[in-house]
Design a protein around this ligand. Structure first.
Ligand code: FE2
Length: 462
């Protein structure tokens, strides 16, 4: 990816013209804030700029008390680790800074939002950012934080509507306009408006073909409508535009899903081995484990021998067993523990999830209790070949799955999981349920060979 199209960092006056006045006297700090935000919005740690960490350092060299700098640093840190109390001192410092009289109202609200985020009060944080946008519709940081959190808590209408509300205020020559279109497109896709979504994502790509989030949105549209051949062609044609961004691993996962749906398991494993697993091993983040694990599950459930791949996933996942920060992580970690035959660790994960529910920290405790724990138990039941139990647990969760967060493409493996469990059940009504779920899938994904293949292999073979 070359330098960002927007790289003439905005001065304090430029920001003020947009309606976003900073309390900092430092022009340089404001410019470095722009450099940080640009990398965040574009999912690109630009080595030419010293990366996001390098720009954060320069920002604080220019003004150590730059409140929005602290908001950015902590807000991006807390997004998936809101139980991390190691930063309590930094949050306290930021909150004290925000009380000073010269601080602007939008900056103060940002500090309050990040404080909520640090306590796991995601809904309160989102309210603050939504509130900021009513007065300051050009504030990309609020939009991006909201976008990430609405993915985190599965509120797809929020993804769409938060962007739709501010779009009329933005002009095509405003920096990040293309990014905003890409974000709006993803909200449209997650709310089933596929044709509008793809059109909007392509508008974003016409502005900047390196916009990996807009690429990712087109990938989702192809996936959710079962246009696997078009998906493969699109990812092949655009690969060089996104393969050095933070979304690299996840976009290869989307690409691999098309091969999986096509029944071309070798090509799916090729992407898994050449891109997804190496990225997961080098970055050691649990997010990348979710991509690898949900693909591994899909392949193994259709009889593909994964060899040591589950164990490779386990090496990363084992460090996060007791984090319990996001349902989707824990659900995928359970797949990994059982896939790699670490039953004791799967029990440790279950115990840890129960303790987190009991502790009741943050907004996610109720989601963990209502949805996450039952799903984890269903996965364990499946592993013990108690397929009827797995189906019994999963059936009432069908319309609750969005609550675990993540995109619908990420969530879809749980639908596939239910189909496999129901098809393996000895009860005729469960087998019938599996075929009904496949008919439902076929309505959404007419051109994908997946529903017919599963129907053939799982149901008709009974
Ligand atoms: Fe995705």
């Amino acid at each position: 990816m070359p330098s960002h199209p927007h790289c003439h960092w905005r001065s304090a006056q430029d920001w003020k013209t947009l309606g976003l006045e900073f309390s900092s006297p430092s022009d340089e700090a404001c410019k470095m804030y722009d450099a940080c935000l640009t990398q965040y919005v574009n999912y690109h740690d630009d080595t030419n700029l010293g990366g996001t960490d390098g720009c954060i350092s320069k920002m604080f060299q220019a003004d150590p008390d730059f409140l929005m700098g602290h908001v950015f640093k902590l807000g991006t840190k807390f997004q998936f680790v809101h139980k991390n109390y190691a930063h309590a001192q930094e949050v306290y410092k930021m909150a004290e800074m925000a009380k000073k009289p010269h601080v602007k109202p939008w900056e103060r609200k940002h500090a309050e939002a990040v404080q909520y985020l640090s306590e796991g009060k995601i809904d309160n944080a989102c309210e603050k950012w939504e509130d900021i946008l009513v007065e300051y519709p050009m504030d990309m940081l609020s939009l991006k934080f909201l976008h990430d959190m609405y993915i985190f808590n599965g509120l797809s209408r929020g993804l769409r509507d938060s962007c739709a509300r501010v779009l009329p205020y933005w002009k095509p020559d405003t920096p990040f306009y293309g990014n905003l279109l890409g974000m709006y497109a993803f909200g449209l896709e997650e709310t089933y408006m596929y044709s509008e979504a793809e059109k909007t994502a392509r508008k974003a790509l016409a502005i900047n073909r390196y916009d990996s989030w807009a690429v990712h949105c087109v990938a989702h549209c192809k996936e959710m409508t079962g246009k696997v051949k078009e998906g493969i062609e699109f990812m092949t044609a655009t690969e060089n535009n996104w393969n050095d961004t933070i979304l690299r691993c996840h976009n290869y996962w989307h690409w691999a899903l098309y091969y999986y749906e096509n029944g071309d398991f070798e090509s799916a494993v090729g992407l898994l081995d050449n891109y997804i697993m190496p990225h997961m091993k080098s970055k050691k983040t649990i997010f990348n484990v979710t991509d690898a694990a949900s693909l591994c599950y899909r392949l193994e459930a259709e009889g593909y021998d994964l060899g040591s791949r589950w164990s490779d996933c386990f090496e990363i996942a084992k460090e996060h067993i007791e984090d319990n920060v996001w349902s989707y992580y824990d659900i995928c970690s359970m797949l990994v523990c059982l896939g790699s035959n670490h039953k004791e660790e799967s029990d440790r994960l279950l115990t840890s999830v129960k303790s987190s529910i009991k502790a009741g920290i943050g907004d996610i405790a109720k989601i963990y209790s209502d949805v996450t724990l039952p799903i984890i138990e269903a996965i364990k039941a499946y592993d013990d070949q108690e397929y009827d139990t797995a189906v019994e647990i999963m059936k009432p969760q069908k319309y609750q799955l969005y609550r675990i967060g993540g995109s619908r493409a990420q969530n879809e493996f749980l639908n596939i999981f239910t189909i496999h469990a129901a098809a393996r059940s000895k009860l005729p009504q469960n087998q019938k349920y599996a075929s009904h779920l496949l008919m439902e899938m076929k309505c959404q994904k007419e051109s994908s060979p997946l529903p017919d293949r599963l129907l053939q292999n799982l149901i008709i073979s009974h």
